[in-house]
Design a protein around this ligand. Sequence first.
Ligand code: ATP
Ligand code: MG
Length: 431
Amino acid sequence: MQKRIFIKDLIVNKEFIVAGWVQELRDLSNIKFILLRDMTGVVQCTIKKDSSAWEKFADLTLESVIKINGKTKEANVKSEEVSVKNLELEVSDLDILNKAENLPIQIIKKDKSIQTDLSKRLDHRYLDIRRKEIKAIFKIQNTIINSFREFFYSQNFIEIQPPGIIATSTEGGTNLFKAKYFDKNVYLAQSPQLYKQMAAISLERVYSTSPVWRAEKHNTIRHLNEARQMDIEVAFADEFEVMKYLEDSVVFIIKKVLDKNKEELKILNLNLKIPQSKYLSYKDAVEILNKNGYKMKYGDDFDPLAEKKFDEIYKDTILFIHDWPQSLKPFYIWPKEGKEKLSGGFDALYGGIEISSGGKRIHIPELLTEEIKKRDLNPKDFSWYIDAFRTGAPPHSGWSIGLERFTMTLLKLDNIREACLFPRDRDRLTP
Ligand code: ATP
Ligand code: MG
């Protein structure tokens, strides 16, 4: 039996079997047309009266999956939807493998002004991703996560797989999901933080891509209840060394997207630029906001409007804000000596939104115990973690980038759900 071939591999004047989705149907009196789509492109297929497919055409519906036997002929196809312009496939026979009926959302929009709302699209996400604009987002996300891995793999970092079920909270706080684990109460990991640290104090340089769960109370356009994070942790490095890794890896990722996703960037109408970097202390960052007419107090976190303001001031820039007040950072962040009570923590903003937090960590058990107590957490709950630093632990630093958050800001999407295949939010658990 002849094998199915991808549409992009068709060549002129040969017999082929292709299979895919019916994208468009046109019925003229003496000839019928099908636009057939697979993951590699769209080809125009023609049916003449003498073909055994002539009668079957009437049963075809948009988005049905069919298999076609046919012969390619040289052609000059004008249609914008068709990717193979130099040939068409003359159908000798066709089979319907699965018939599509009552499509809940439109795939090809003839009238571009008709918008299907996001919630309805997510209800039928498996169909939604057949649209080329949506497919483009996930093809680019594929490049993002793979080039993150490639960057650190090629620099001899070790990929680790942190657990998703944890006994104690990483950051303290209320945004943990509780679960039952036999007769115990456990939590879903809100970050791989403590585990990547314990790996780094023995393996030196590690990275991971892992899901995290956060019971964020509010539905916002920038938060999901389940997200993916791209993390690194580096022994013997301070926060400035890992900020440089962030800078270099983000630039590497964006260059890969520019190289591998030209078609998708065109579909999304995006003109990506390689970002510059800018480093500011928290104190200077607050001052710059105030000078630019955005009032905020020293000691507050930057809210979404402040982040937008930074984007107006520093266009196409990864903005690193370092030397944060200790009180704004979690217990495992290194407290710097001195009366100002600054820390080794940092945030990175890009496109007007936080893409990453990181910092230098505490590797001294007594100091860690003290910081845990200061935040009204119980050091006993963390003894397994604190004790890890009693067995020879180098100083270390790291960070975490949210995959969906980064995709959202890179592609200028107005809702993080657009950057998540099957989002989990306050109201959505299916599909
Ligand atoms: P934010 O201040 O934006 O709520 P955060 O400071 O609570 O984020 P971190 O703990 O610093 O988040 O997590 C590291 C990164 O993971 C963030 O910079 C962001 O890119 C991503 N991230 C965090 N929480 C979420 C979430 N709920 N949904 C999607 N991405 C998230
Ligand atoms: Mg953060």
